[in-house]
Ligand binder design. Structure first.
Ligand code: AMP
Ligand code: GLY
Length: 431
């Protein structure tokens, strides 16, 4: 029996908490800072995910055996190193890599150098530093549009700019490199070849030696139907991905997953945690767009329900470096997670709106993101742009979507919005 602390406050953390709470290995579950959903699975704690000292003291006080880090920021800032440096934390299992490992998300330049060294397929690129604006513009002149510009560091998902004209690209480059458009994150900028294809996400849990492949998923990033309008944190996801058949996933494993885990080992990075591969299928071949060092959100809301195995047991196996002996059991059915968002998101939106109809959702799971219980009442109110996801199972993609949309239609809050076209792009693939 183990006490577990999860860091984070989104739909991903609710999905993790919901799953961990079902484990017979669990004693007490805490989530910092959590949301209205994690409070149903365990106890929310008022601590920021980057308050390392506060988290350390809490782990000591509550005799926590496992720390699961939901978002990337504390990993990139070194929470794993911080805990491992403490003599009284040697027993602690941490799901999340140390600072060196987190560099594959924290620095796109580092990730590219790593992929090139280990022969992992990705877009051709060149990196430019602050004082290399002229060289960067010369390089732009040599390549053809669309131009893909990327800030090297973490930029809250906003650091990638795709431009169709040379003039716009040079203006953006100048703002990023010399005017700190993304602060320190854009003191280095990558110019990348544009890859044409369809995107998907693959996930593994690794113990540093071996790995377990989790279900694949596809997320929907744009606010508008038909993938139009502004980028968001994710408007929903489906799992598995109909076009990622066995043959394709074998390529993903042999060309991307295995060389990544092996490469990390070669670099003496002892990586325990999730690796999220942002992939694109060009023709029939997978390429890496980016790595993340955590589960995806909203992918977690469709992927985690499809894991039948005890997730806490799987994390314990990772902690003990025994994943090579672990067989994951999956639910063969499809899931669709529909994200309900506040009107106006991803720009200005209002908060504190009561959410109705939650009890009317019969055939679906609700994973809360920007939703909090109103202090002193039983009412749940909106507290963010992405408010909650409704996830349902189906024998095929259509059925899972139909059920999730039926659930979403029962819920109501002021200016609620969701995309009605999830999965439509995939109906051409038989599933
Ligand atoms: P990232 O933050 O690296 O995931 O990039 C955000 C989004 O930009 C991706 O999900 C893709 O849709 C797009 N993108 C990034 N790099 C490329 C590329 N080299 N070619 C085409 N699209 C890209
Ligand atoms: N769904 C993309 C992400 O989690 O970064």
């Amino acid at each position: 029996m183990m006490n577990v602390l999860i860091l984070g406050s989104g739909g991903r953390e609710h999905a993790l908490a919901w799953k961990i709470a079902q484990s017979p290995e669990l004693n007490n579950l805490y989530i910092a800072p959590g949301n209205a959903g994690t409070a149903l699975a365990g106890e929310n704690i008022h601590l920021s995910v980057t308050d390392f000292e506060g988290i350390y003291n809490f782990i000591k006080e509550k005799v926590i055996g496992m720390l699961i880090v939901g978002p990337e920021a504390p990993l990139v800032e070194g929470i794993t190193d911080y805990m491992k440096a403490k003599l009284d934390m040697q027993h602690l299992i941490i799901i999340g890599p140390d600072k060196n490992g987190a560099m594959i998300e924290g620095s796109k330049d580092f990730a590219k150098i790593f992929m090139e060294k280990y022969g992992i397929p990705t877009a051709i690129h060149k990196t430019f530093e602050k004082d290399q604006l002229d060289q960067a513009i010369d390089y732009l002149e040599k390549i053809s549009p669309p131009y893909v510009l990327k800030a090297d560091g973490l930029a809250a998902g906003k650091g990638v700019i795709i431009c169709n004209s040379f003039d716009q690209a040079s203006k953006e480059l100048k703002e990023m490199l010399t005017e700190e458009k993304f602060g320190k994150a854009s003191s280095k900028v990558l110019i990348e070849e544009f890859m044409e294809g369809i995107e998907l996400s693959a996930f593994v849990l690794t113990d540093g030696n071996s790995y377990t492949i989790l279900p694949s998923a596809k997320d929907y990033k744009r606010i508008g139907e038909g993938d139009t309008g502004l980028n968001t944190g994710g408007m929903g996801s489906i799992s598995p991905v109909p076009f990622a058949d066995e043959e394709f996933m074998r390529k993903v494993e042999s060309r991307i997953i295995r060389p990544t885990v092996e490469g990390l080992k070669q670099e003496n990075i002892r990586y325990k945690g999730f690796i999220f591969f942002g992939l694109i299928k060009r023709g029939n071949d997978p390429y890496v767009i980016e790595y993340n060092v955590r589960m995806g959100d909203p992918e977690a809301e469709s992927v985690i329900p499809r894991i039948k195995s005890d997730l806490l047991e799987m994390f314990i196996a990772a902690g003990r470096e025994q994943l090579d002996q672990y067989n994951i059991e999956l639910d063969e059915r499809f899931t669709a997670a529909i994200m309900l968002v506040s009107g106006g998101y991803p720009e200005k939106y209002e908060k504190g709106k009561p959410i109705g109809g939650l009890d009317a959702v019969e055939d679906g799971l609700i994973f809360y993101a920007g939703a909090q219980r109103q202090a002193g009442t039983n009412e749940i109110v909106t507290s963010g742009g992405r408010v909650l996801a409704v996830t349902s199972f189906g024998r095929d993609l259509e059925e899972s979507l139909r059920k999730s949309y039926a659930g979403a239609a029962k819920i109501d809050f002021h200016k609620m919005y969701y995309r009605k076209d999830l999965g439509k792009d995939l109906m051409q693939y038989n599933n």
